[in-house]
Design a protein around this ligand. Structure first.
Ligand code: ZN
Length: 147
């Protein structure tokens, strides 16, 4: 999970853009630059919080601490986009858009990359990869475990 080199699909790495980094999300983005998935965790009810924020959405405490996740998960749901995207995405079609359930619990909206879209399946094991944005951080995506 430490490889921050942009990976490629058939048409090169998916576009990344520049994330909107706030005081609340800065630890998340800083970790992505180092190839880590760090998320806030509630120290009262133990919820792993996605998306990153300073207050637990379950028990509403601000007693949260940042922990490093395993980077492992499974495909919870997915779709394959074959058309209808903006020009900068068009050359990358088909694109797999998926909900990945992290080993630690949260379900994350993301892309599955570097795999034949026809091989993506519910419950498929996936591992985090990070695509450099060129702005000091990286976009979290997933690929098939072992690929
Ligand atoms: Zn909580």
């Amino acid at each position: 999970m430490t490889d921050t080199t942009p990976t490629t699909d058939g048409a090169g790495p998916l576009p990344t853009g520049e994330p909107w980094v706030t005081h609340e999300t800065k630890p998340y983005w800083d970790a992505t630059a180092e190839g880590r998935l760090d998320l806030p965790c509630c120290t009262v009810c133990d919820l792993v919080i996605w998306y990153p924020r300073a207050i637990c959405p379950d028990c509403h405490t601000s007693e949260v601490e940042w922990r490093t996740m395993s980077g492992r998960g499974t495909v919870h749901s997915f779709t394959i986009t074959r058309a209808g995207v903006s020009r900068k995405w068009r050359e990358h079609l088909p694109i797999v858009v998926a909900y990945v359930q992290l080993e630690e619990g949260p379900i994350v909206l993301t892309n599955i990359v570097d795999v034949d879209p026809a091989t993506v399946a519910i419950d498929m094991a996936v591992t985090a990869v990070f695509h450099d944005t060129g702005h000091g951080n990286a976009i979290l995506r997933f690929t098939a475990t072992g690929s």
